[in-house]
Write a protein that binds this ligand. Structure first.
Ligand code: NAI
Ligand code: MG
Length: 497
C-alpha cells in the first residue's frame, strides 16, 4: 500500500502547533475483498456481456498504484451499431409501450440493489477512480441510488409533471459520461431516461468503466428487459461513434467543454435532442460577515472534495479584502490537517488524481500560475511513491487574467482573489466563460437573495457548497452547457416537450 505520511504542523508552512500534531491515525483500510474484479469485461449489449466485435481491449488501472485492474472491451463501430439496434428494439417492443407503473418497479429494484451492494460499489469506485472511500461510500453510491428512487417515483406520474397530458419519450438515448463520478453520472443519465420510457446506450469514461459494468450486472439482476440499458466501453472514438449514430434520438453528454463543442457540431442539423453538462470555474464568495470556520469548511469541501475533479468545484475563492488574510490563514491551518493517501483508507480526505494525463494538466496549469506571479502554497505533505498524486494547493495574489483564474484545472488547486464590495464580487464571479455554480457565504439573507439574482450560474449555494439532491435541477449557462439534470426539469430532457 502506498504510504502517505502527513507531517502536519510546523514544517514548511510555519503553522502553529495545534494543527493536528501528535494525532497520528492508525490506518483504517476498507477491505477490497468485498469486490471480485474479473480479469476481463465485455460490453453489455442486448442483455448480455460479450467481447468487442474486433476483439479490441484496453486496461483500466488503479490510479493510486498504477496497477492494472482489468481488461475491458473497446467497442467498435459495429458494436455501437449492435447496441443502438438492441436499444431500438427494446424501445419499440417493450419499454415505451410498458405502463409507467411497471417501469417504476424496475427502477426501484435497481435502486435497492445499489443499496444492497453499496460496499461493493464504493470499493470498486475508489479502486478504479482513486477517490477516497468515505466519498464513494457516503456520496457517490447513496446519491446514485437516490436518483433511481427519485425517478422511479416519476415513471407513473409523467402526465402530472407539467409537460402536458401525455408526454412521450424520445427513443434511444446515447449517453457519454466522464470519469470524475463514474457511477453517479451513469445514474444521472439512466434514471430519468428510463423513467420517461427511453432506452439507453451508455458510454463510460475509459479510465473508469468498472462501476458502470457492475451497474449493468445490477440491471440484469433486476430483470430489466434486454436492450433497455446497453453499456459500450471504449475511448473517445467510441463516444464519437455513438453520438453520431443515426439511430440515436437523444444525446446527453457530461465532460469537457472542448468535447461538448465537438458533439454539438456532430449533432447540429439532425433531429437529435442534446443536453450538455460541461466544465466550470465557480466562484465561492466569502463576505466579511461570514462565520469563518464554517466558510473554511465550505471552501475545503468546494475545491478539495473528489480531488477537485468536480465540474461545479469552487475553484475561485473570492474573499472580501478586509478578512482575506484571516480566512487564508485559517484555510492553511485546515489544509494542514487533510490526509492524502490510500483511497481505501477511511481516514483519507484526498485520494489519487484519476490519470497521468489529468495530473499533467494540473501540473502544467499550476506552473503557469507560478510563472504569472501568483504565490503557491501547499501544506507539508509526502506523496506516495507510486500512482498519481497532487498535494492540496492554494494560490494567492491571483488576478483575473491569470490562466489559473480562467481555466478549469480540475484538480485540488484553489485560486484566491479578493473583492471590496458586493458589486465587485458579482462582476468578478461572472467574469468567466463558464456558469455552472457559485457559493455565497454571508449572514445576510437579503444579500444572499440579491447575489443569487446577479450570478450567472445554474446552481447557487448559500452557506454551503457541493450539495446534491436528486430533486434539484443541475446545469449551466454559457460554456458550462445547457439543459438540466435532476428534478422535474431533468425529465424534460428525455421527453418530447
Ligand atoms: P473528455 O471530455 O474528453 O471525456 C469525457 C467523456 O467523453 C469520456 O467518456 C470520453 O471517452 C468521451 N469523449 C472524448 N472525446 C469524445 C468525442 N469526440 N465524442 C464523444 N465522446 C468523447 O474529458 P477528459 O479528456 O477526460 O478531461 C479533460 C478535461 O475536461 C479535464 O481536465 C476537465 O477540465 C474537463 N472535464 C470536465 C468534466 C465535467 O464534469 N465537467 C468531466 C471530465 C473532464
Ligand atoms: Mg481506472
Amino acid at each position: 500500500m502506498a504510504k502517505a505520511d502527513r507531517a502536519a504542523g510546523t514544517k514548511g508552512g510555519g503553522l502553529p502547533a495545534e494543527t493536528g500534531q501528535g494525532w497520528e491515525y492508525a490506518p483504517a483500510p476498507e477491505s477490497r475483498d468485498v469486490v471480485s474484479i474479473k480479469p476481463e469485461y465485455g460490453l453489455f449489449v442486448a442483455g448480455e456481456f460479450r467481447p468487442a466485435a474486433g476483439g479490441s481491449t484496453f486496461d483500466t488501472i488503479n490510479p493510486a498504484t498504477e496497477e492494472p485492474l482489468a481488461r475491458v472491451a473497446a467497442a467498435s463501430a459495429a458494436d455501437v451499431d449492435a447496441a443502438v439496434a438492441a436499444a431500438r428494439e427494446a424501445y419499440e417492443q417493450v419499454w415505451a409501450p410498458m405502463p409507467g407503473s411497471e417501469r417504476a418497479k424496475y427502477l426501484y429494484r435497481i435502486a435497492r440493489q445499489l443499496q444492497e451492494r453499496s460496499r461493493e460499489f464504493a470499493v470498486l469506485e475508489s479502486l478504479d477512480n482513486g477517490k477516497p472511500i468515505k466519498e464513494s461510500r457516503d456520496v457517490d453510491v447513496p446519491l446514485a441510488a437516490a436518483h433511481f428512487f427519485y425517478y422511479a417515483g416519476w415513471a407513473d406520474k409523467l402526465e402530472y409533471a407539467g409537460f402536458g397530458p401525455a408526454p412521450r419519450p424520445l427513443g434511444v438515448a446515447g449517453q457519454v459520461i466522464p470519469w470524475n463520478f463514474p457511477l453517479l453520472m451513469a445514474a444521472w443519465k439512466l434514471a430519468p431516461a428510463l423513467a420517461a420510457g427511453n432506452t439507453c446506450v451508455l458510454k463510460p469514461a475509459e479510465t473508469t468503466p468498472l462501476t458502470a459494468l457492475l451497474l449493468a450486472e445490477v440491471c440484469e439482476q433486476a430483470g430489466l428487459p434486454p436492450g433497455v440499458v446497453n453499456v459500450v466501453t471504449g475511448a473517445g472514438d467510441t463516444g464519437a461513434t455513438l453520438v453520431a449514430h443515426a439511430g440515436v434520438d437523444k444525446v446527453a453528454f457530461t465532460g469537457s467543454t472542448e468535447v461538448g463543442k465537438e458533439i454539438a457540431r456532430a449533432v447540429a442539423g439532425t433531429d437529435k435532442k442534446l443536453t450538455l453538462e460541461l466544465g466550470g470555474k465557480a466562484a465561492n464568495i466569502v463576505f466579511d460577515d461570514a462565520p469563518v470556520e464554517q466558510a473554511v469548511e465550505g471552501i475545503v469541501n468546494g475545491i478539495f472534495f473528489n480531488q477537485g475533479h468536480v465540474c461545479c468545484a469552487g475553484s475561485r475563492l473570492l474573499v472580501q479584502e478586509s478578512v482575506a488574510d484571516h480566512v487564508v490563514e485559517r484555510l492553511q491551518r485546515r489544509l494542514a490537517t487533510l490526509r492524502l493517501g490510500d483511497p481505501l483508507d477511511k481516514n483519507t480526505d484526498i485520494g489519487a488524481i484519476n490519470s497521468g494525463q489529468q495530473l499533467a494538466k494540473i501540473t502544467e496549469l499550476t506552473k503557469a500560475g507560478e510563472a504569472a506571479g501568483a504565490q503557491r502554497w501547499s501544506p507539508p505533505c509526502t506523496l506516495p511513491e507510486r500512482g498519481y498524486w497532487f498535494p492540496p494547493t492554494i494560490f494567492t495574489g491571483v488576478s483575473q487574467s491569470h490562466r489559473i483564474a480562467r481555466e478549469e484545472i480540475f484538480g485540488p488547486v484553489l485560486s484566491v482573489l479578493t473583492f471590496r464590495t458586493p458589486d465587485e464580487a458579482v462582476t468578478k464571479a461572472n467574469n468567466t466563460p463558464y456558469g455552472l455554480s457559485a457559493g455565497i457565504w454571508t449572514e445576510k439573507g437579503s444579500r444572499i437573495l440579491w447575489m443569487a439574482q446577479q450570478l450567472r450560474a445554474g446552481v447557487v449555494w448559500a452557506n454551503t457548497y457541493n450539495r446534491f439532491d436528486p430533486a434539484s435541477p443541475f446545469g449551466g449557462y454559457q460554456e458550462s452547457g445547457f439543459g438540466r439534470e435532476g428534478g422535474r426539469h431533468g425529465l424534460a430532457a428525455y421527453l418530447n416537450v
